[in-house]
Design a protein around this ligand. Sequence first.
Ligand SMILES: C[S@@+](CC[C@H](N)C(=O)[O-])C[C@H]1O[C@@H](n2cnc3c(N)ncnc32)[C@H](O)[C@@H]1O
Length: 351
Amino acid sequence: MDVLARDVNSWCRIPGSLFASGLVLLPNDPGAPPVTVEYGPLDVGGADRLTLLLGAGATPDHENVLAVEVATATRAGADVSNARVELRQGEHSSMTLSLGDASDGARVRVGVSFAEFRDARAYGSVRLRYALAYDEDPLMLLFNAAGTDKGAESAAGQGVPHCYAGEYYRRFDAIRHDAFNFLEIGLDNCDPPQGAPSMRVWREYFPRADLFGYDINDFAFVEQERTQVFRGDQSSRTDLSRFLDTCYPRSFRIVVDDGSHASSHQQVSFATLFARVEPGGIYVIEDLGWQPYPESPTTLELLRAFTARGSMNSSFITEAEARYLEHAVDAVEICKPNDSEIAFIGKKKEL
Ligand SMILES: C[S@@+](CC[C@H](N)C(=O)[O-])C[C@H]1O[C@@H](n2cnc3c(N)ncnc32)[C@H](O)[C@@H]1O
């Protein structure tokens, strides 16, 4: 990939790739042209959208307002889209732009200048935390609007968005209007809980599904027609069994585990709940690349061993559970659309 830097002042650091984090831009003197970095042609795999996550440095103290202008262009240099955002010290923002038809490559230009110059003590800086190229689809738009990290615009905590929407869309769009039971473990990134954003998206996306949520925190406030929530710990077989008893005799077409992400918890939940996934259904485990503390085997290791050897051995699941899973799991697909893996575990249609 060619990287072309123009008008870059001496303080800027330019990474080798737009898709590596950490580009820091400081503005030129007020009145001078924007500090501008241009990348391209970039192979974006035909993706039609680009989201940039930007942050203005929290230090040193200043009162300036920085303007970030981003433009996309075709390989030949024809303008496609542009956007502008203003950032004060310590502020963050995402910007989403069209890449148009980028099948033969795209160009991206990022420029920083002063929107307001009030303070010569320090100029301030803007860090390009992340750039993500992806295909837009209806589920991505819903996740982006809801502010969940299943989309491409919202970064939970210090991380980056997982961009799982495209993988979900590919698998779920054909059944979007079916009537079925859907369960998600883990409902909100906020403490205390705010609004269970992913449940709101699933509810809109699957207009005929009955939705079930399961979380260690109290989400009774999201209950409404077609939506029930259960308070429980996903690492507790007792809690999970109580939940299954409450729902009996329902089985689930889709289960999504976006809970604690601890491998032992994921595996206890998987081993307890998979029997109540309907034949041909899908059990999803998100964010396999992130663990709150070290454990062995990780769920990623367990699932990789299963795909390689057909065995499901782990100290977190019983012998009987392991034999059932080996018999009932049809296929495991592990995808990594961005920073962290997601597993789609299909159940056999006939057992
Ligand atoms: C990553 S957030 C879920 C994000 C949400 N699904 C979204 O897409 O916006 C994790 C959730 O898991 C819940 N959680 C954490 N530990 C849990 C446990 N042991 N059992 C059940 N839920 C747990 C937290 O209360 C939190 O609501």
